[in-house]
Design a binder for this molecule. Structure first.
Ligand code: FES
Length: 506
C-alpha cells in the first residue's frame, strides 16, 4: 500500500510503500535529514515533527510511514552557527575560528557521544557521527563511573572514551587535519576525558578536581593533528558541568536582558536561571525514572518503546518507536502516561489509582504487559518533583515568579521528546504560556561548535562562567519546602497550575 508524504518547509512530496522509514522517504523526496548514528536511534539528531500526530516529535530513522503524512524537517544548522532564537544568531560573518584546518566538536554524554567536524575556514559542517559511550559497559550512570574510577578504573575509563571518539572519526579520511577540538560534557565525563580521577566529586565538599583542561592532540590520544589544541568547556561544579555552560551560552541567556530558565532533564536535573547580569545554577538528583530505571516496563527510547500516550475515558492509544509491537515505555511515554491518567481521572493528585481505573494485578496496562503500578508512579513523581523544585528554588531565591521569565529553554537529547503540555500537567515544568518554551536539542554540542568557530562565543563562555553562582540545594531550605510541595500532581498549590485543573475529568 502506498502513502503520500509531504515534507515541509520545502513542500517536496513522495509516494512510498507503507513501512518505509521516514528518513528513507525523505531521501527519495530529495530532502536532507542527517543520520549521524547511522539510523540506530541513538543520537536523537534526526528529529522531525509529524503533523497531527499526538506524539509529534519522532526520530526519522526509526519511524515508519504508516499513513499519509505531513512532516516538518527542522532547519539544518550546518554552515552557520545558529542559536535557539533569532536575536542570538551568530552569523558566518563573525567567523573567527580557533585555528585553521578542521575543528572537532564533541558532546560527551554519559550514555551517548555525538560529534561534528567543521571546516574552520567556512564554518561548514563536514561530518557528523554519534554512538553509545564505550564506558557504558563499566557502569550506566555517572555515580557508577565514579565508583569504577574509585576502584582504580580511571585509566580504563579514559581509554574507553578516547576509543569511542576515535572510532567515530575513523571514517573521516581527513581527521589528521583536525587542528582544534572542543569538548563539552558533564563534570565527571570531562574529568575522565582528561584522565583525572573524579572520585572527590562525590565526597564533601563535592567539588571538581579540575574545572577545565587543555592539552595537545598528541597527549590527548585522539587521532587528530599532533599539535592540535584540545580544550574542554569549563565546569561550574561537581554536578553542573561544561555541557550546561555550553547550553547557557548557546541559548543566549548570557546576553539577554530578560531573565530565562534553562532545564536539562537527565539522571540529574540541571537548572540555570539568569540573564546578562547574573547566572545561577543548581543540580538536583532526579533519578533514573525517565531512562526506564526502577520501572518494570521502563526502557530507553529505542525501537519498541512506547513514546507517547493518550487516554480518553479510559481508552488508551499510544505510539511506538519504530512502529513495532511495544516492548516497554520510555521517558516521554512515562510523562505522557501519568499526565493522561491524571487528566482522565484515573489517578488522583497523590498518585493513587481512582475507582475508575481498570487494573490488572495492581497495574494500569497501556498495551500487552506494558503498564505502571502505584509505587512506580510515586517514583516518577519524585523525579518530576526534583526538577520542578530545583526550578522553583532558583526563581524564589531571586525573588521573582515563573511569570516573569522571558523564556524556558529545554536542553538535552531527552528534553526534545518531552511533550511540554504533559510535563506541565504532571507538575514538572511551570505552567506558563506555551510559547515561552524553547527546545534547544543538543545545545551542548552546538555550543562546542560555536566555540570552535567564533571568538565572540569563546569570550562569552568566559564571561558567563565568571558570572555563574552555584546554589547548593542540599543546604537550601527553600528547596526542601518546594520538594515536599511538589510531590503531588501537579502540586499542592493549585494556583501554580491554573491551566491544569479545569481539564481534569470529575
Ligand atoms: S540518526 Fe536517528 S537517532 Fe541517530
Amino acid at each position: 500500500m502506498q502513502h503520500r508524504v509531504v515534507f515541509r518547509p520545502s513542500g517536496a512530496e513522495v509516494s512510498v510503500e507503507r513501512g518505509t522509514k521516514v528518513s528513507e522517504a525523505a531521501k527519495l523526496a530529495g530532502v536532507e535529514i542527517a543520520t549521524p548514528c547511522g539510523g540506530t536511534g541513538i543520537c536523537g539528531r534526526c528529529t522531525v515533527l509529524i503533523e497531527g500526530d499526538f506524539g509529534n516529535r519522532v526520530l526519522a530513522c526509526v519511524t515508519e510511514v504508516d499513513r499519509d503524512m505531513v512532516i516538518t524537517v527542522p532547519e539544518k544548522d550546518s554552515g552557520k552557527v545558529i542559536a535557539a532564537t533569532d536575536d542570538k544568531h551568530l552569523d558566518i560573518d563573525e567567523l573567527s575560528p580557533m585555528s585553521g584546518g578542521l575543528g572537532l566538536a564533541v558532546d560527551i554524554g554519559t550514555t551517548t557521544v555525538a560529534l561534528d567536524i567543521m571546516d574552520m575556514s567556512t564554518g561548514e559542517e563536514l561530518y557528523s557521527s554519534a554512538d553509545v559511550n564505550g564506558q557504558k559497559k563499566l557502569g550506566d550512570d555517572v555515580l557508577s563511573r565514579i565508583q569504577c574510577a574509585a576502584d582504580g578504573g580511571t585509566d580504563e575509563l579514559r581509554r574507553l572514551i578516547i576509543e569511542t571518539i576515535n572510532r567515530l572519526i575513523a571514517d573521516f579520511p581527513d581527521r589528521g587535519r583536525i587542528e582544534s577540538v572542543y569538548i563539552a560534557g558533564n563534570t565527571t565525563m570531562e574529568h575522565l576525558f582528561a584522565g583525572v580521577d573524579p572520585t572527590p566529586i562525590r565526597v564533601e565538599p563535592y567539588e571538581p578536581v579540575v574545572v577545565r583542561s587543555e592539552m595537545d592532540g598528541k597527549d590527548s590520544g585522539l587521532t587528530v593533528k599532533g599539535d592540535a589544541r584540545v580544550l574542554t568547556m569549563p565546569c561550574i561544579s561537581a554536578y553542573v558541568g561544561g555541557d550546561i555552560t555550553s547550553d547557557i551560552v548557546y541559548a543566549g541567556m548570557d546576553r539577554s536582558e530578560g531573565i530565562s530558565l534553562l532545564i536539562d532533564v537527565g539522571t540529574n536535573g540541571e537548572v540555570a536561571l539568569g540573564n546578562r547580569d547574573m547566572l545561577m545554577v543548581c543540580s538536583s538528583s532526579a533519578g533514573p525514572a525517565f531512562e526506564g530505571g526502577n520501572l518494570r516496563s521502563g526502557m530507553l527510547a529505542k525501537p519498541g518503546a512506547i513514546d507517547s500516550v493518550r487516554i480518553d475515558e479510559g481508552k488508551v492509544s499510544c505510539t511506538v518507536i519504530g512502529g513495532t509491537e511495544p516492548k516497554g515505555i520510555c521517558g516521554s511515554g512515562i510523562i505522557d502516561l501519568l499526565a493522561q491518567l491524571y487528566i482522565d481521572g484515573l489517578v488522583d493528585k497523590r498518585g493513587n489509582f481512582t475507582d475508575r481505573a481498570e487494573l490488572k494485578d495492581g497495574r494500569f496496562i497501556v498495551h500487552g504487559n506494558v503498564g505502571i503500578s502505584v509505587p512506580e508512579i510515586r517514583d516518577v513523581m519524585m523525579t518530576k518533583a526534583a526538577i520542578f523544585s530545583a526550578s522553583r528554588a532558583l526563581v524564589r531565591n531571586l525573588g521573582i515568579e515563573f511569570s516573569d521569565l522571558e523564556h524556558i529553554y529545554i536542553a538535552g537529547g531527552f528534553g526534545n521528546f518531552i511533550d511540554m503540555d504533559s510535563a506541565i500537567v504532571l507538575g514538572m515544568f511551570p505552567d506558563v504560556p506555551r510559547e515561552k518554551f524553547v527546545y534547544l536539542g543538543n545545545a551542548s554540542l552546538a555550543g562546542a561548535k560555536a566555540a570552535l568557530l567564533s571568538s565572540t562565543f569563546r569570550d562569552r563562555i568566559e564571561d558567563a562562567f565568571s558570572k555563574m553562582t552555584y546554589l547548593d540545594l542540599s543546604s537550601d531550605p527553600v528547596f526542601f519546602d518546594e520538594y515536599m510541595s511538589a510531590q503531588f500532581i501537579p502540586h499542592t498549590e493549585s494556583d501554580l497550575f491554573p491551566s491544569v485543573h479545569p481539564r481534569v475529568r470529575d
